[in-house]
Structures are given as structure tokens and as C-alpha cells.
Design a protein around this ligand. Structure first.
Ligand SMILES: *[C@@H]1O[C@H](CO)[C@@H](O)[C@H](O)[C@H]1NC(C)=O
Ligand SMILES: *[C@@H]1O[C@H](CO)[C@@H](O)[C@H](O)[C@H]1NC(C)=O
Ligand SMILES: *[C@@H]1O[C@H](CO)[C@@H](O)[C@H](O)[C@H]1NC(C)=O
Ligand SMILES: *[C@@H]1O[C@H](CO)[C@@H](O)[C@H](O)[C@H]1NC(C)=O
Ligand SMILES: *[C@@H]1O[C@H](CO)[C@@H](O)[C@H](O)[C@H]1NC(C)=O
Ligand SMILES: *[C@@H]1O[C@H](CO)[C@@H](O)[C@H](O)[C@H]1NC(C)=O
Ligand SMILES: *[C@@H]1O[C@H](CO)[C@@H](O)[C@H](O)[C@H]1NC(C)=O
Ligand SMILES: CC(=O)N[C@H]1CO[C@H](CO)[C@@H](O)[C@@H]1O
Length: 302
């Protein structure tokens, strides 16, 4: 149930999409839109016709739609600016996507007031500053996508709520520092921290009990000994390229049904374990530029 307008599409398309998503479950099925919401939507429609809105792009009136559950803004031309405070009036909001719209400023602390949020996607914008610690005040936030912005600072330890095993996508930012050790207690579904300036040991994110499927830590400065990593069979994608990982590739990797695997540009040594998908699915480029890795598919004998 998603729509994505092209960069040239008119804001009114989004308005009509909002209209489609409206409604309280308690309402009679034929009455799609709460009457009060309808009145406000008409106000928003008027606002979108007013070119002035382009300077403060989400009209304040959006906060007068208390029953709205989903917001999906994607690839809208000429939209730019910060997230408005009025969004906190949307007490029932479950899903918030504002992506590819040149959102600027910081991620506001007040997003933590959206207690019903389960999905947050602010990817592909120009957001700056740190990740607010207030996101941890949202009890069931299971999906956090803040990728492809200009976020800085460290990842707050409180960001992730272990009770709602999260998808955490923070790739393509300028985040720095180490991963909070408390993340070792979390069983992520997917974790993508690629293309940041993160460093330190992330071996606590692995383990026999973790059912994580996708891990992308590529292009950071992570540094740990890979030799004794324990990995659950659910892992299907592991990208570690361009870090400072040392030791050797553990034999357990041959027992996984890997769709993606890349340890190139690290400091690994020793023989690449032979078997599983390690030779059949991945060529030398998944292994090259290490300190002293050898064996197939590298053309280096051990
Ligand atoms: C965006 O702004 C440019 C320049 O002001 C204008 O030419 C274009 O028509 C606008 N696009 C939309 C979809 O309003
Ligand atoms: C972010 O801003 C830069 C420069 O202002 C611009 O070139 C870029 O297209 C913007 N990114 C997005 C996703 O709008
Ligand atoms: C994004 O917003 C910035 C700041 O308002 C502006 O300078 C830039 O031109 C915008 N970029 C696009 C692609 O709209
Ligand atoms: C966030 O939204 C963008 C645009 O719709 C989409 O490409 C991306 O996959 C979404 N990210 C996540 C983590 O859902
Ligand atoms: C893994 O899970 C089992 C069963 O739940 C538990 O006994 C064990 O202590 C866990 N191991 C680790 C390393 O957390
Ligand atoms: C990595 O760990 C293995 C197993 O504990 C150990 O034998 C090896 O010396 C370590 N490698 C480095 C470079 O510290
Ligand atoms: C592994 O990553 C390197 C560096 O980004 C890239 O050049 C190579 O094509 C990748 N190989 C595979 C099999 O993914
Ligand atoms: C899970 C959750 O926070 N649910 C809340 C959704 O919003 C209503 C209205 O504010 C609250 O009563 C629920 O507790």
C-alpha cells in the first residue's frame, strides 16, 4: 500500500494519498474519513495550493489530524525544511516515512512523543546533527531508517529497545565512535551501519543466539578478531569490507546459506575455509586486499 510519486509530481497527489490512508478502525466502513479529519484535510489541500507553503512545507494543519496513522512523503520536488512540531499532535501515528524530500535541520527530540510509532523512515534527506536519545521513549519502534543523511555524533546506547527487535539502518552518514555495548543484548533483524566513521569491536553483535539476517558494517573502522566468531544459521548477508578486521575467517561460515559475503580490504590472514557457499557464490573480490588470506577463490596458495 505504498505510492511513490516522481520528483515532478504535484503535492496534491500526496494529499490524496493521505486521504486514502485516513480513518479509524472504529468508524463504519463506508465512512472512510473521520469528519473532523476531512475538514482539516480540505484545509491542507487549500494550503498546498498556496505557493507560500513551499517555505514551510508540512502545513501546521497536519497536526489537526489526530487520527492519521500513516504518513508517506517520498520524492517531492521543491519540498525542503525541518520536521514541524505540529506532527506531535498525531497521537495515533504508526508509520512515518519522509524520504527523498530534502529534509533539513536536526532530527527533533519531540519525535519521541509519537508513542504509537512502529516504523520511522527518514532516509535520503539532508538531516544533520546527532540521533536524538528520545527515540528510545517510543515503546514499539521496530524499524529505524535514518540512512543517507549527514548525521554526526555517536549512536546513543538507548536508541534501541531490546523488546522490539529492530531493523536499524544508519548507513551513509558521518556517525563516529563505538557501538554501545548494550547492543550486544539485542537480536536485530537487520543492522546496516555501513559508510560511517564508526570504530571499535562489534563482535558482541554476533553470537549463536542471534537471529539477525542482514549485517552490513562495510566502510567503517571496525577492529576485532574474527577467528572465534559464533554465528547463527539465519545470517544470509554479511558485508565487512573496508575495516580493520584481523584474525582469520571462522569455519562456521561454511555452514551458512550466504547470499552476500564480503571481507575484502581488511587485515585477515590464514586459509579461507573451503565449502558451503564461500567458493561457489563469491569470487576473489570478496576476499582481496587482506594481510595474508590464502586459498580459493584467491589465486594464492597457502
Ligand atoms: C519547482 O520549482 C521550480 C523553480 O522554482 C519550478 O520551475 C518547478 O515547476 C517547481 N516544481 C513543482 C513540482 O512545483
Ligand atoms: C542535500 O543538499 C544538497 C546541497 O544543498 C543537494 O545537492 C542534495 O540534492 C540534497 N539532498 C537531497 C536528498 O535532497
Ligand atoms: C535542499 O535544501 C537546501 C537548503 O534549503 C538547498 O540549498 C538545496 O538547494 C536543496 N536541494 C534540493 C535538491 O532541493
Ligand atoms: C525508506 O524509504 C525509502 C523510500 O521509500 C525506501 O527506498 C527504503 O527502502 C526505506 N527504508 C527502509 C529501511 O524501509
Ligand atoms: C543462548 O540461549 C540459550 C537458550 O535460551 C541459553 O541457555 C544460553 O545461555 C544463551 N547463550 C548466550 C551466549 O547467550
Ligand atoms: C585471534 O584469535 C585467535 C583465536 O583466539 C588467536 O589464535 C589469534 O592469535 C588471534 N589473532 C590475532 C591477530 O590476535
Ligand atoms: C567486495 O567489496 C569490494 C569493495 O567494495 C568490491 O570491490 C567487490 O566487488 C565486492 N565483491 C563482492 C563479491 O561483493
Ligand atoms: C502502543 C501505544 O503507545 N499505544 C497508544 C496509541 O495512542 C493512544 C492514544 O494516545 C494511546 O492510548 C495508546 O496507549
Amino acid at each position: 500500500m505504498t505510492t511513490s510519486s516522481t520528483p515532478k509530481s504535484h503535492p496534491l497527489l500526496v494529499f490524496s494519498f493521505l486521504l486514502l490512508l485516513l480513518g479509524r478502525s472504529s468508524l463504519a466502513k463506508k465512512e472512510r474519513c473521520h469528519p473532523e479529519d476531512k475538514r482539516v484535510l480540505l484545509k491542507i489541500k487549500k494550503a498546498f495550493n498556496d505557493p507560500y507553503i513551499l517555505t514551510s512545507w508540512i502545513p501546521d494543519a497536519i497536526g489537526d489530524l489526530p487520527y492519521l496513522q500513516n504518513i508517506f512523503f517520498h520524492k517531492l520536488a521543491n519540498f525542503s525544511g525541518p520536521i514541524p512540531y505540529s506532527i506531535t499532535k498525531l497521537k495515533y501515528l504508526k508509520s512515518l516515512t519522509i524520504s527523498w524530500v530534502n529534509l533539513t535541520g536536526t532530527i527533533p527530540d519531540f519525535l519521541g512523543q509519537l508513542k504509537n510509532l512502529t516504523y520511522l523512515n527518514l532516509s535520503f534527506n539532508n538531516l544533520t546533527g546527532p540521533i536524538p536519545t528520545t527515540l528510545s521513549q517510543i515503546p514499539n519502534l521496530g524499524y529505524i531508517g535514518l540512512d543517507r543523511n549527514k548525521l554526526t555524533g555517536t549512536i546513543p546506547a538507548s536508541l534501541v529497545n531490546p523488546k522490539s527487535p529492530p531493523y536499524l539502518i544508519l548507513s551513509h552518514n558521518q556517525l563516529s565512535g563505538e557501538i554501545p555495548s548494550s547492543f550486544g543484548d539485542v537480536d536485530f533483524g537487520k543492522i546496516d551501519l555501513s559508510r560511517n566513521k564508526l570504530r571499535g569491536d562489534i563482535s558482541m553483535l554476533f553470537g549463536r543466539n542471534k537471529t539477525t539476517q542482514i549485517m552490513d558494517f562495510s566502510r567503517n573502522m571496525f577492529e576485532f578478531n574474527m577467528s572465534n566468531l559464533e554465528i547463527h544459521p539465519s545470517l544470509t548477508f554479511l558485508d565487512l569490507n573496508h575495516n580493520k578486521i584481523y584474525g582469520s575467517i571462522p569455519d562456521v561460515m561454511t555452514q551458512l546459506e550466504l547470499q552476500g559475503f564480503n571481507v575484502s580490504y581488511n587485515r585477515l590472514c590464514g586459509k579461507i575455509p573451503q565449502g558451503g557457499t564461500l567458493q561457489t557464490r563469491f569470487d576473489y573480490s570478496a576476499y582481496f586486499h587482506n594481510r595474508c588470506l590464502c586459498g580459493a577463490p584467491l589465486n594464492i596458495t597457502c
